[in-house]
Design a protein around this ligand. Structure first.
Ligand SMILES: *Cc1c(COP(=O)(O)O)cnc(C)c1O
Length: 209
């Protein structure tokens, strides 16, 4: 697989869902790949947004790929906020203190990333905002001044039906809250995520192998 294959897969899923061309954006997940591999496998095909899930790895790659647009998709602690300066979109905001810390750092940086709220997926996973807390969380994050553009979810692994249900439910919450962006779908399940309304798919392995 490669970027052109995945773009064709995205397009086919858009058509199957009756959605317009370009309604889904590919976010290339580059964790574990070197700057050279990213250049040769991804950026030769276009200026795709790149995503990392570890602060230090992001910090190390930013200067090696000048001009790239960076997203952040991982969990982060307070002492890692400083590594997120060059990020334009954080997909994985899940705690109020994170919003406060990002908003505070943004004052220093002179610019702020937009954010998505990562939803709990109903499995025994520790990450994510619970649905009951979502409306209040949205108000609290907005009160920090950050722009909340949508929701993100990680589907349960190797359970296609449960994953499809998680995607549909997350899309419904975003719709009810008037949030336009939905970050959902990875290498193995991005077609299902697009069927449910994903606007950003986070694909890693399939782009490189
Ligand atoms: C690694 C990762 C992805 C991409 O996973 P692949 O299976 O390599 O496509 C997407 N989202 C998050 C949050 C990740 O950590």
């Amino acid at each position: 697989m490669s970027v052109p294959d995945v773009l064709a897969g995205i397009r086919a899923a858009e058509v199957a869902a009756g959605r317009g061309p370009g309604s889904v954006q590919l976010v290339a997940v580059t964790k574990g790949y070197s700057a050279e591999q990213i250049q040769q496998s991804i950026l030769v095909h276009g200026a795709f947004a790149l995503a990392e899930n570890k602060g230090q790895e992001l910090r190390d790659k930013v200067p090696l790929l000048p001009g790239a647009q960076w997203h952040f998709i991982g969990a982060f602690q307070r002492n890692k906020v400083k590594y997120l300066r060059d990020v334009t979109l954080i997909h994985s905001l899940e705690e109020r203190w994170q919003a406060e810390a990002i908003a505070e750092a943004a004052q220093k940086w002179g610019h702020a990333p937009d954010v998505l709220l990562q939803m709990h997926n109903g499995e025994a996973q520790k990450h994510g905002v619970s649905p009951d807390d979502l409306p209040q969380m949205l108000r609290d994050v907005r009160a920090t001044g950050l722009n909340v553009r949508g929701l993100m979810v990680m589907a349960p692994y190797d359970q296609p039906e449960a994953a499809a249900q998680v995607f549909r439910t997350t899309a419904q919450w975003a719709h009810e809250l008037g949030l336009p962006e939905l970050s959902m779908g990875m290498s193995d399940d991005y077609p299902q995520a697009i069927a449910a309304g994903a606007t950003l798919v986070r694909v890693g392995r399939r782009l490189f192998t």
